[in-house]
Design a protein around this ligand. Sequence first.
Ligand code: WTA
Length: 689
Amino acid sequence: RRDGKGKYNDVPSSCATCSFDLIMSDRHPNIQSGSTSRPRYSAGVHNSRRPRSTTPFPEFPDLKTHEELYNFSLDYSETFWGTLARSRLTWSKDFTTVTDSSFETKTFGWFHGGELNASVNCIDRHLNERGEEPALIWEKDEPGESVFYSYRKLSETVGQIGNMLKNSGVKAGDRVTIYLSNSPTAVATMLACARIGAIHNVVFAGFSANALAARINDAQSETVITANTILRGGKLIPAKKTVDEAVTHCPCVRRVFVHFRTEVEVPMGKMDINMDKAMASEPVDCTVENRGSEDTLFMLYTSGSTGAPKGLIHSTAGYLLYANVTFKHAFDYNIGEKFGCVADIGWITGHSYVLYGPLSNGATTLLFESTPQYPDPGRYWEMVERLKLNHIYLSPTALRLLLKSGDGYVKKYNRSSLRKLGCVGEPLNHEAWEWYHKVVGEGRCDIIDTWWQTETGGICISPRPSEVGAEIIPAMPMRPMPGISLALVDNQGKETDAEKGALCIKKPWPGLARSIYGNHDRFLQTYFSNAPGLYYTGDGAHRYNNSHFQIIGRMDDVLNVSGHRLGTAEIEDVMDDHPDVSETAVIGFPHDIKGEGVYAYAVLKDERKSSKKEIEIELKSMIKTRIGGLALPEIILFTPSLPRTRSGKIMRRILRKIAANDFENLGDTSTLADPDVIKFIVDKHKELF
Ligand code: WTA
């Protein structure tokens, strides 16, 4: 992990080329404030010509540059979004108002009076022209096995599942929990919910039974859909068993549909229904339930800085429009191209850029069921060659992992089909950026580093949002998408001209989540109270040359481990339940592959039953069972106490610095209640590393 000199080699929060620490410092030394100079690594990369070009928004032919389009999108935002809504989506009833949304008054509605259905927009309207074209390419876990699904076949599957759900009593507005990994069945199930007006609630199939149960209960979901087993990286994951355990704690559940992904037999109880059999006997035509623009399309749980994960609510029209437009323009997608987003449908990236963005554009979209290293680190590139993918969209963690395995696995395969190389989820460090650009893309492809969140519905910052050939600066998402007006705010929640601050969005846009399921106050409190009148993202950012943005990372107690959000409080809650533990503090530390790793400090009770070694094993097993493997700490450091201010607040800042080996910058520790504990923790940390 370290190069022996106490410095991390390849952390996303620092520049790999110059070891500049972005979190600690005010500005990247390679970028001069107020000047137009660019970092040296970009010389001659993409940018030899300034574009003469036009923007690819056909609705606005007079707007020739990104700047023109962007300014128009903010100055005439109703015309901008209203025009796009009518031209990009198919409505069963036209809307009467574009928006009444305002962050001052905390109203969020778009396209009132309109009615539409997301499944019609993703399937039916393409059937005449593209019925026999591939909608889905299912890249199965088994290497080399892929299945093409035409729009027609997808339509039929969605129809059968929709009828099956309706016949079993699922109604519009009901929440349907989906615990499946990427497959045509999973995508068709999501679209079938949309077709009948049910709200899908996909839970990532890596979450444990407890985490699943909490989400089912919070959503008051009567229906759960799972598979007998899931296959991932050659391993069988007993999904049905996890669901069985979960539903014993969920009195609201009335039926569990089981899809048979493998031959493995599983016990079927009273509530269980063999989904493959049930849908096979249903007709392929399923009546469409038209939805009001603001009706909920889906909910998706994500971690916050405090409390239990929150079920974010996304609207039908606004979300779909935003996923549609951002997919088309961030990636400059052309019809007929194959788009390969390798995210799981359990995350927002899977919702917006595996399913809704691509399918609403009539695209061919990949469903990747496997892992980047199965059977070897050449998996992505072998797949690119075999399927002739034109776009790939992945996570920085996967890139860093593959980079470590060397160039051989990449160069072995023909990647000439690739045009755009996207990534999302965490800061993309320079080393990974360069490798992606030079080795994977042979210097030919644009790197599309996209910043967004579960809450934002779709991409908000990306290098080429609307201008063909615009300059791309390495390792930053750069430009706000049309309609997205960014601001940085200071510690007082006031907008600032400074180059560094908390990233906020000033103007409403249609893709923003509308609420937290069952807790609208928490929604307002989390996103609209820190900087009144603005949407508060929770991320810190740098602004360069007054226009280009680079994301530093979370400013709150949310961890980003391999691009997956975890609340420190969620992990602390689990650890605190151990009978021998008196208190804990969980923080993130720079991890060369995962971006951030989980680092836990634990104080044990004086009288305890187990040894430290046993407690460590028990704590890890509790975290695995109650949350899932992705939340496992890399390190658990036992300490006699935690550093606290005299008023009793845990000094997380100091714990973070120690975990990052940044011992020189601990600041003034003399005001702590017990300054000696710092020395203890530092010594222990050095021992553990
Ligand atoms: C982080 C994922 C840096 C950020 C779509 C954000 C990024 C959180 C980037 C949202 C990026 C996402 N550069 N950081 N390009 N993209 N993030 O909700 O901290 O799972 O707040 O949505 O990921 O994670 P979420």
